[in-house]
Design a protein around this ligand. Structure first.
Ligand code: DOR
Ligand code: ZN
Length: 424
């Protein structure tokens, strides 16, 4: 059956479209954008007053399956994804067991297909068991379906191993995604090192734990000519390094997470472990730098780092709590704040959530051009709501945004021409 989205404002930065138009989806593809006869058998969604966007793409989620299904699984995680407007998500390999073999990649691909909500693209591990010692077999992982490699949750500290990872991954055209954290310098610090950590007395990690690794890795990217992507950057220094590297013509990229532009380390002042995340929430000057980097094009993508945890992992003292924020269901309205605050124009904001991330990993997503996959998010930009973690679709209710007023939400999420989420 075909699906007609009628009268919405279509915003598709990849094709330069921003206009009120009908969108016709047929046989899982975009069949028409613009006026035309209404097919007899079409289901119609009235989209007046809404935006019709390419389905949102998230480069960085933790779905926890296999092994930690009490925190999240592929079904609950992709349900949360589509509720947040995401039609494609890339899941990190720090599962149990780690996604460092064909068997684990295949399991994720198969489960995601069975569930049939968002499209799931697995990211394989850089090193076996995320141990930072020996490289995985990228050829067999790629054959099984990975779109990139990362040791996310841990940083590849060994410079020689990182060089070989970049070279080896490049031969399979796989980007290397780095979790940038010097483990010795960060020393397990529970929050950002600064005025607030002095006040709270919590253990802390300096901004340089991130920026030092970015500086090193950019040198290695230059040495190898490989595709390097820095994950969840949060510091002025790291973003300055990326900006300079891009100006020199290096093919490098980076992402930022909503909590790093929407919150500062003041959120840790009350010892709320829901504000504990790695990299940590930073001081106001770093938050400003993240917003500047979004504004000037240094940042290539907004990614949630959706990290769901169980109550037992979070309802403990700040120092002992797990790092992470359940982010899929709050990303879109937080990103819209950037537009409302005039940090980025709307078309750029949509690009940061759609075709820019898709292009980085070569995903067949992120645009509404003719013949593209019929993945669409219908957004009501004026829908006002208040964050209530108890109502999250995700199994992870860990959010520092509880009680925060939000404006904007997905009304319908469509994958392959099928409505997989409808609000209310
Ligand atoms: O906050 C985080 N949570 N940062 C990471 O790097 C890992 C993630 C997780 O897996 O929970
Ligand atoms: Zn990470």
């Amino acid at each position: 059956m075909s699906l007609l989205l009628r009268g919405g404002r279509v915003i598709d930065p990849a094709s330069g479209v921003d206009a009120v138009a009908d969108v016709l989806l047929e046989q899982g593809r975009v069949a028409r954008v613009g006026p035309g006869p209404e097919p007899a058998a079409a289901r119609v969604i009235e989209a007046q007053g809404c935006w019709v966007l390419p389905g949102l793409v998230d480069l960085h989620v933790h779905l926890r399956e296999p092994g930690q299904e009490h925190k999240e699984d592929i079904a609950s995680g992709t349900r949360a994804a589509v509720a947040g407007g995401f039609t494609s998500v890339c899941c990190m390999p720090n599962t149990k067991p780690v996604n460092d073999t064909r068997a684990v990649t295949e399991l994720i691909v198969r489960r995601a297909r069975e569930v049939g909500l968002a499209r799931v693209y697995p990211v394989g591990a850089i090193s076996r068991g995320l141990q930072g010692e020996a490289l995985c077999e990228y050829a067999e992982l790629k054959e099984a379906g990975i779109v990139a490699v990362s040791d996310d949750g841990r940083c590849v500290m060994d410079c020689g191993l990182m060089r070989r990872a970049l070279e080896y991954a490049a031969t399979f055209d796989l980007p290397v995604l780095q979790h940038c954290e010097d483990h010795q310098l960060a020393c397990g610090g529970a929050m950002h090192e600064g005025r607030v950590s002095t006040r709270t007395g919590l253990t802390a990690q300096p901004a340089q734990a991130e920026s030092i690794i970015v500086a090193r890795d950019l040198e290695l990217a230059e040495l190898t000519g490989a595709r390097y992507h820095a994950q969840h950057l949060s510091t002025a220094g790291a973003l300055r390094h990326v900006r300079e590297a891009k100006a020199r013509g290096l093919a490098v990229s980076c992402e930022v997470a909503p909590h790093h532009f929407a919150l500062s380390d003041e959120a840790c002042a009350g010892y709320d472990s829901n504000a504990k995340v790695n990299p940590p929430l930073r001081s106001a000057e770093h938050v400003r730098a993240v917003r500047e980097a979004l504004a000037d094009g240094t940042v290539d993508a907004i990614a949630t780092d959706h990290a769901p945890h169980a109550v037992v992992d979070k309802e403990v003292e700040f120092g002992r709590a797990a790092y992470g924020i359940s982010g899929l269901e709050t990303c879109l309205p937080l990103a819209l704040e950037l537009w409302r605050d005039r940090v980025v124009p709307l078309s750029r904001l949509v690009a940061l959530l759609t075709y820019l991330p898709a292009r980085l990993l070569g995903l067949p997503a992120g645009t509404l051009t003719l013949g593209a996959a019929a993945d669409v998010t219908v957004v009501d930009p004026e829908l006002c709501w208040t964050v209530d973690p108890a109502r999250f679709v995700s199994r992870g209710h860990n959010t520092p945004f509880a009680g925060r007023a939000m404006r904007g939400a997905a009304r319908y999420t469509i994958v392959g021409g099928e409505v997989v989420f409808a609000r209310g």
